[in-house]
Design a protein around this ligand. Structure first.
Ligand SMILES: [Zn+2]
Length: 141
């Protein structure tokens, strides 16, 4: 896609520090890392959302993330844990609209984390949980 930063990285029109590349996937370092070693795993095919990705490609992205996770743990990159993060849509924090999976090295007090909405500690009732569960199940095929 013409104006997509990640498509330009795939074609080489924009530079990147590549970690891994095959016919379907590319993994490279995020230029604005949360922590050193923050990797992005992307499909070579331009798709905005995770839901548009072929299951096989998505599975390959997860499998590659596992390999990168293992490699990071063997390296001397500072980490005590690793987050996988996929922002699916602008409201979820997606900034580049080409699906990507973050692999983020984490350590205690690194300053990164989620913020929770007010009322988060008030747990919903079982009835409410069951109702929401049914709403999702209805469309899970
Ligand atoms: Zn793209």
């Amino acid at each position: 896609m013409k104006n997509c930063t990640f498509c330009k990285i795939i074609t080489g029109d924009l530079p990147s520090s590549k970690i891994y590349e095959d016919k379907e996937l590319l993994a490279f370092l995020d230029i604005q890392p949360v922590n050193k070693g923050h990797v992005l795993v992307i499909p070579k095919q331009h798709k905005e959302l995770m839901t548009e990705l072929d299951d096989k490609i998505l599975g390959s992205m997860i499998a590659l993330s596992k390999k990168i996770n293992q490699a990071m743990r063997k390296s001397d990159i500072k980490l005590e844990g690793i987050n996988l993060f996929l922002a699916d849509g602008e409201a979820a924090g997606q900034e580049v609209f080409h699906a990507h999976l973050h692999v983020i090295p984490r350590f205690k007090n690194d300053g990164f984390g989620f913020t929770f909405p007010e009322g988060y500690t008030n747990k919903p009732s079982r009835d409410e949980l069951d109702l929401i569960s049914q709403k999702i199940q209805l469309h899970l095929k």
